[in-house]
Design a protein around this ligand. Structure first.
Ligand code: SAM
Length: 215
């Protein structure tokens, strides 16, 4: 929250887009890289009639999620899964989910893995299913990308916790590595080539943006 104080607005937007599309029909939603449920909580608040499968491969994160959402887990609204997302999806049939969402996770994957994950997302979505991703899609123009990187780093330098500040700046740098960097137009084109339709980039805050598309 200290490093990215406004990003809750993007998380809220993810849940609004999902709700707008899914309405109140019963749905199965997959949340990839749920962490401790920072975005999941907005989805739970907005969408009542759904089963949300929240997958993360970090035991500590799933542990926190289990504590925070004990009630929703008990009533079957939320199903936590501690597993690598590729391992999890291997056992999922084609056309299974009404919606797949992810936030701030997919940009961490190497390009090759990201492509494979997008293919799996496409495969496991039902026809007309929606994929909503809140993530670091940087601007394709190198000058604008550099400007937004410098701005992000300058904001992170102002954090009072110097350890968090240092780690967050290092992470911003890691995300720019050519084998990892995720660019808005380039990613949109890749998703189109994989078969996704109506690829839309919504609100941008800094280097992050909300994207939605359909199978
Ligand atoms: C930056 S956090 C984002 C958490 C949360 N979605 C949010 O909006 O704050 C990225 C999460 O992805 C998870 N993750 C990374 N690689 C993964 C993988 N291969 N399978 C499942 N989860 C993964 C990490 O453990 C981490 O909790």
């Amino acid at each position: 929250m200290g490093a990215y104080p406004e990003h809750y607005k993007l998380r809220e937007e993810v849940s609004k887009i999902l709700h707008h599309y899914l309405q109140n029909n019963y749905t199965i939603i997959l949340d990839i890289g749920c962490g401790s449920g920072e975005t999941t909580k907005y989805i739970l608040k907005t969408i009542n009639n759904a089963k949300i499968i929240a997958v993360d491969n970090d035991e500590r994160m799933i542990g926190r999620l289990k504590n925070i959402f004990a009630k929703e887990i008990a009533n079957g609204q939320l199903v936590p899964v501690c597993q690598d997302i590729f391992e999890y999806l291997k056992n999922i049939e084609t056309s299974h989910f009404d919606a797949i969402t992810s936030s701030w996770t997919i940009h961490n994957f190497k390009n090759y893995d990201r492509t494979n994950l997008l293919k799996e997302i496409f495969r496991t979505l039902k026809p007309k299913g929606i994929f909503v991703n809140m993530d670091k899609y940087v601007l394709d123009d190198p000058t604008k990308e550099k400007e937004s990187f410098d701005k992000a780093v300058n904001n992170l330098k102002l954090l009072s916790n110097k350890n968090i500040s240092k780690r967050a700046i290092e992470h911003e740098e890691e995300d720019r590595h050519p084998a990892i960097i995720m660019k808005e137009k380039e990613s949109g084109l890749e998703m189109k080539n994989l078969g996704f339709k109506d690829i839309t980039f919504h609100t941008r805050i800094g280097r992050e943006i909300v994207m939605s598309c359909f199978k």
